[in-house]
Write a protein that binds this ligand. Structure first.
Ligand code: ADP
Ligand code: MG
Length: 308
């Protein structure tokens, strides 16, 4: 029979805004010593906004934003949604994209037929192959950032933002700076995790500088940041920690996080996140508040103390 104390724990969990898959789940939290936090949408709001557009000489900001936005309009990534929205606000309804391709953890590409006043022959609408994504994606296509865009990238990342390169017709022509903000309770939650004797880590596909800036803001140690992890490698990071003898709780919200949430000893999904993350997890934090993750761990400890 299921111990009553565990059921009580489950009921109290629901009151706290924590949904538990089954009472047995709480038992796995007992020995958790490491809490891996996804960055975007978990520690931060995930509500990305465009914070700046840098272009090479001769390219209008709106032109770059519009081409990037046209391709990103087909993307479901928060970065894509932010760029598409900003482009539409700045330049009106966006042109169609052909041959759209989403490159998870990297960016997007597509072909946009658009009249570019500066580049195209007068009156002719030319199809432009557009690539939008992390500078490493552009590098993979042998497209280098010119020095002024590289400097803008460094400044953006040092400030905790994400730099998205925009290339068309094989040349890098712009950099869009996007960012979101740390949730109001994230720093307190990390403090509480530390107070419980747990190690808090930050795991992200985003660049290292932006990840370290967010880590510093919420109190995660610099050596507990794991950045530039491809979506398919997040679960491997969890497994590596487990192989080192750690008992790992993972908190995440994205499709990207699902495999890592399933691999963790305890998976906690943000209720504000994707269905894939919720389905892969043992617990759902309904409010999407990291403090509820602390409560879940505390609650399970108390519940188990009652059983013993
Ligand atoms: P996270 O782990 O922070 O949720 P992802 O793995 O989804 O991040 O993406 C990692 C990085 O890949 C992003 O920080 C961004 O640089 C780039 N990226 C992913 N999708 C897109 C997109 N649609 N447009 C531009 N850049 C993207
Ligand atoms: Mg996320």
């Amino acid at each position: 029979a299921t111990p009553t104390a565990l059921l009580v724990g489950t009921g109290r969990g629901a009151q706290l805004g924590i949904l538990i898959k089954g009472p047995e789940v709480l038992e796995s939290t007992r020995r958790v010593d490491t809490v891996v936090l996804d960055k975007t949408g978990t520690v931060t709001t995930g509500a990305m906004e465009v914070r700046g557009v840098h272009t090479v000489d001769g390219v209008e900001e709106d032109t770059a934003l519009r081409l990037a936005g046209a391709v990103e309009a087909a993307s479901e990534h928060p970065i894509g949604r932010a760029i598409a929205a900003a482009a539409e606000t700045a330049t009106g309804s966006l042109p169609d994209v052909a041959e759209f391709e989403s490159l998870p953890g990297l960016g997007v590409r597509g072909v946009v037929a658009e009249l570019l006043s500066k580049d195209d022959a007068a009156g002719a609408v030319v199809a432009h192959a557009v690539l939008v994504g992390r500078p490493a994606l552009l590098a993979e296509h042998d497209i280098a950032l010119p020095p002024d865009l590289a400097a803008a990238r460094d400044a953006a990342e040092a400030g905790g933002n994400t730099a998205v390169g925009v290339a068309w017709d094989g040349v890098a022509r712009a950099l869009v700076v996007v960012g979101d903000t740390v949730k109001p309770t994230s720093a307190e939650a990390v403090r509480e995790l530390h107070r419980l004797g747990l190690t808090a880590m930050l795991l992200t596909g985003d660049n290292g500088a932006a990840a370290r800036a967010v880590a510093a803001e919420v109190g995660v140690a610099a050596d507990a940041v794991i950045a530039e992890v491809a979506p398919e490698d997040k679960a491997a990071v969890v497994k590596r920690l487990q192989a080192e003898g750690k008992v790992v709780a993972m908190v995440g919200d994205g499709v990207n996080d699902a495999a890592a949430l399933a691999a963790a000893d305890l998976g906690l999904a943000m209720g504000t996140g994707t269905d894939a993350a919720i389905e892969a997890s043992d617990l759902t934090l309904v409010r999407g508040d990291l403090l509820d993750a602390v409560d879940a761990i505390r609650l399970s400890r108390r519940t188990l103390a009652v059983i013993k």
